[in-house]
Ligand binder design. Structure first.
Ligand code: 0GY
Length: 299
């Protein structure tokens, strides 16, 4: 049995999150969260860029119930590389209340993709954040995107805003439904009406196959918790302009946070600030994620 020691500067998830004041609508989905290990059962990848603390499925289910979510979308984290066993184990344990987004290699064969699909995986993540993964050639992503689209999957893309000008056409040309992580990671000290965020809004405007997670104020903020005042205009702009293509999630257990560890209950209380009406909340938390991840239920 391999044991792992978390990085010395690793911030563990909040030990006792508060119960939110905001009452989530019925059937709400936490559409971006992770499971880590436990490393003794599901070893972390040799090529990982960080070693986290274990964040097993049981803790995720407890958080789901405390916050008032019904379901989870678990996104494969880079510390597990392309070994999706911890993810699939969690989905299998969820009683139909979790779906997954995997990480897959360019050489994955159709039968392996079929096994993931059967397990409840409906998407793959393409990660372009250099501190998290080594670069892969674009043609690998293009070929994979075509294969995944045929399966009815979508692709989650994670990138930094400063890389968008170079990547704009590449993303626009990927022939698959795309979901952008964490608002495209804008620099929120800049103007929400400025050219940088304007480019991101243009990407969403010109490509109706693109969705956006309005997640991670805790990663983007400079003004800090719990109000994340500087992130609100960015997230709210996207929610209001693209109400049918937005998703929300906790990002528990919040990998690689350095400034602070959010209280997940207070993160839920932030939702009405970016989705101020019951109609927007229903789309963000229920209708959109169910349409993407539980299409078989025809809500
Ligand atoms: C996130 C963000 C991060 C990490 C990962 O897969 C990952 O390792 O996603 C990050 O460090 O920004 O989405 O949880």
């Amino acid at each position: 049995m391999t044991t792992f020691t978390m990085d010395p500067d690793w911030l563990p998830f909040h030990p006792s999150p508060s119960k939110p004041s905001f009452r989530l609508p019925e059937h709400s989905v936490d559409a971006h969260c992770h499971v880590f290990g436990p490393g003794a059962v599901f070893p972390y990848a040799p090529a990982r860029k960080y070693t986290p603390c274990d964040a097993p499925k049981e803790k995720l289910w407890a958080l789901r119930d405390l916050l008032g979510f019904e379901r989870n979308v678990i996104v494969q984290a880079t510390c597990h590389g392309q070994d999706n066993r911890a993810l699939c184990d969690a989905i299998a344990d969820s009683g139909g209340r979790a779906k997954g987004v995997a990480s897959v290699s360019a050489t994955i064969c159709d039968s392996e993709l079929a096994v993931l699909h059967e397990s409840g995986v409906l998407g793959a993540r393409f990660n372009f954040v250099r501190r998290l993964v080594d670069a892969r050639p674009d043609h690998e992503y293009e070929a994979l995107a075509e294969r995944l689209a045929r399966l009815g999957w979508h692709v989650v893309i994670y990138f930094e805003a400063e890389d968008l000008p170079d990547r704009f056409e590449f993303f626009a040309d990927l022939p698959v439904t795309l979901v952008v992580d964490h608002l495209g990671r804008p620099d929120v000290s800049k103007d929400v009406d400025g050219p940088e965020f304007g480019l991101f809004l243009r990407l969403l405007r010109e490509n109706e196959n693109m969705w956006c997670k309005v997640t991670c104020p805790e990663r983007l903020t400079r003004s800090g918790p719990p109000d994340y005042t500087d992130v609100v205009p960015f997230a709210r702009r996207v929610v209001e302009e693209f109400p049918d293509r937005v998703l929300w999630g906790t990002d528990w257990p919040h990998p690689n946070m350095k400034s602070h560890m959010p209280d997940d209950g207070l993160l839920v209380d932030y939702i009405p600030r970016i989705a101020p009406t019951p109609d927007l909340q229903q789309k963000l938390l229920v209708d959109n994620p169910l349409r993407l991840y539980w299409p078989e239920e025809n809500f």
